[in-house]
Design a binder for this molecule. Structure first.
Ligand SMILES: Cc1cc2nc3c(=O)[nH]c(=O)nc-3n(C[C@H](O)[C@H](O)[C@H](O)COP(=O)(O)O)c2cc1C
Length: 224
């Protein structure tokens, strides 16, 4: 697969086959992804890779906290778009598409709650990668580097027939990850990635997100 194919093919996968991902494959992906650029080659990232019983414990605790009404407590806040903004509108468009594909009517609170749980369960992927950074660094400094890293993981995963979903839901309860993943307080937990072999017949995997034409957000200067 060439780079252009990979960029076009990558999409968020929200339904996985139960087949485990061999550790050797995950290792290769992370080694390749660690070639991602970072400011002054600082490489401000750390991986915690979860599978098996430990991942099951994390899933269970996340869902317990969610259903207990515990407020998410992320160490890197992603959610929060101004209500009248185009950003909020795009989020609503995505949710509508997902709910339609998953046959979740707007008023069906139970089905909506079950769908929400899936995100906190890493969409039942056989593995999850938690990405953290060092608290001695500034809060925003490592984020560009980690963004480049995450996209590199997602693209590299395709080479091995794997799908991914970047998730802020997966790090909404950092205390769970610190407990089961032994992540030190000196690390700031930034994002999770669900990773596994896509279940292509899972309805949510059929979602086709749209992109704004680049003319709407690009200024060209100095061209004739
Ligand atoms: C920082 C970040 C956080 C995300 N968190 C979630 C999440 O918690 N749950 C989810 O279902 N998707 C999550 N996504 C996936 C986005 O919804 C997805 O990338 C976007 O809708 C574009 O769709 P695509 O990835 O299929 O191209 C996240 C993506 C990013 C970059």
């Amino acid at each position: 697969m060439n780079v252009i194919e990979a960029v076009k093919k990558r999409k968020s996968i929200r339904g996985y086959k139960p087949d485990p991902v061999p550790k050797e494959v995950l290792k290769q992906i992370l080694e390749l992804a660690s070639h991602a650029p970072s400011a002054m080659n600082t490489q401000p990232w750390e991986f915690t890779v979860l599978t098996g019983d430990i991942l099951e414990n994390v899933r269970r605790s996340n869902v317990e906290l969610l259903n207990s009404g515990a407020l998410p407590n992320p160490e890197h806040v992603v959610v929060g778009w101004p209500r009248e903004s185009i950003y909020r509108q795009r989020q609503v468009d995505l949710a509508k598409q997902l709910f339609q594909l998953m046959d979740i009517p707007r008023e069906d609170k139970e089905k909506r709650a079950k769908w929400l749980e899936r995100g906190f369960r890493y969409f039942d992927a056989p593995a999850a990668i938690i990405i953290s950074t060092d608290r001695c660094l500034s809060e925003s400094g490592p984020l560009l580097d980690i963004g480049a890293l995450i996209q590199t993981i997602c693209l590299t995963a395709l080479h091995f027939g794997l799908g991914t979903c970047i998730e802020d839901q997966g790090v909404a309860y950092p205390e769970v990850l610190r407990n089961y993943g032994h992540i030190l307080d000196s690390k700031r937990i930034i994002a999770a990635l669900a990773i596994g072999y896509p279940a292509w017949d899972f309805p949510a995997n059929k979602v086709e997100t749209e992109r704004e034409p680049i003319k709407n957000f690009t200024t060209w200067l100095g061209f004739d």
